[in-house]
Ligand binder design. Structure first.
Ligand code: CP
Length: 309
């Protein structure tokens, strides 16, 4: 039975191309399963998974929970806002208390970069990083690259532009690593203030003009402005950002080609993307969400050792 090279999924940084290909092959099979009338398989029966979220989430939390239930795992959910973290309990004490209830796997989102890596040094359970601060969001990158592969057949030689707030984005970093590992060319585009200073060290192209980025790419992955992570002003106003970096139908209609439009969500309609693009036939935003469940089923199944499906 093929296995992943790591016990945990902490980031794309340490995942091999073989790991990504194995996850995609497995996800394709699970995608068939979740489109059947009976969507459940017994693969993770007797496995208990804790989803511990110290930061807000809609897509990732629900997608993991659904993936776990489709695999017949027992699921417990923890949200820091309604927990004893509010009474001063540490991360390690919180997790150790959850593990004392015989939990096998932990899916964790935390606002501090490196929180799941810290945990991995102290506990035995498999850990999946569901987003750690501005660092990595590996399952988002996996579902994004899987969605591109499903749409375009292969990532080899494909040109992908990641547009928006790259500076505060864990999605951008994980996507860059996954896309390059699978043979795609990557460009980042946004205002200078929202591009990390040393981003070219990752081997990406940098473009400040959105029109040029759109003319270059086959796929545009449009990111949200992460106002909640911004302590200072990086641009004059959302109106101005939208004017210079918002993707709308009028702009796309001036290109002499069609491009695939992606967004990891949550969308700020009318800021980084207009409804006439987000809801258009070129958008695969809801396919990304559908594929997220299959990809997360694959990750959990493979980390658990890939038993019978
Ligand atoms: N894409 C993503 O991580 O969305 P949520 O924050 O809603 O989980």
């Amino acid at each position: 039975m093929p296995q992943l090279s790591q016990k945990h999924l902490l980031g794309i940084k340490n995942a091999t191309r073989k790991d990504l290909e194995l996850i995609f092959e497995t996800a394709a099979k699970f995608k068939e399963v979740i489109n059947r009338p009976i969507k459940k398989v017994p693969s993770l029966r007797d496995i208990t998974i804790a989803n511990i979220f110290f930061e807000n989430s809609t897509r990732t939390r629900l997608s993991f929970e659904l993936a776990e239930k489709r695999l017949s795992a027992d699921v417990i959910n923890f949200s820091s806002s309604t927990s004893s973290v509010k009474k001063g309990e540490t991360l390690l004490d919180t997790v150790n208390n959850i593990l004392a209830m015989k939990v096998d796997m932990v899916v964790m989102r935390h606002s501090s970069p490196g929180a799941p890596h810290f945990l991995a040094k102290h506990i035995d359970a498999n850990i999946v990083n569901a987003g750690d601060g501005t660092h990595e969001h590996p399952t988002q990158a996996l579902l994004d690259t899987f969605s591109i592969q499903q749409k375009h057949g292969s990532l080899e030689g494909l040109k992908v532009a990641i547009i928006g707030d790259i500076l505060h984005s864990r999605v951008a970093i994980s996507n860059i690593l996954a896309l390059q590992r699978l043979g795609a060319e990557v460009m980042v585009c946004g205002p200078n203030t929202l591009l990390p200073k040393h981003i070219t060290a990752l081997g990406v192209k940098v473009e400040l003009e959105i029109r040029k980025a759109l003319e270059w790419c086959n796929v545009a992955n449009i990111l949200r402005i992460q106002l909640e992570r911004q302590q200072i002003k990086y641009f004059p106003s959302l109106r101005e950002y939208s004017l210079y970096y918002g993707v709308n139908k009028q702009l796309l209609d001036t290109l002499d080609k069609e491009i695939t439009i992606m967004h990891p969500g949550p969308i700020n309609r009318g800021v980084e993307i207009n409804s006439d693009v987000a809801d258009s036939g070129h958008s695969i935003i809801l396919e990304q969400v559908e594929n997220g469940v299959a990809v997360r089923m694959a990750v959990l199944y493979l980390l658990a050792g890939g038993g019978s499906s």
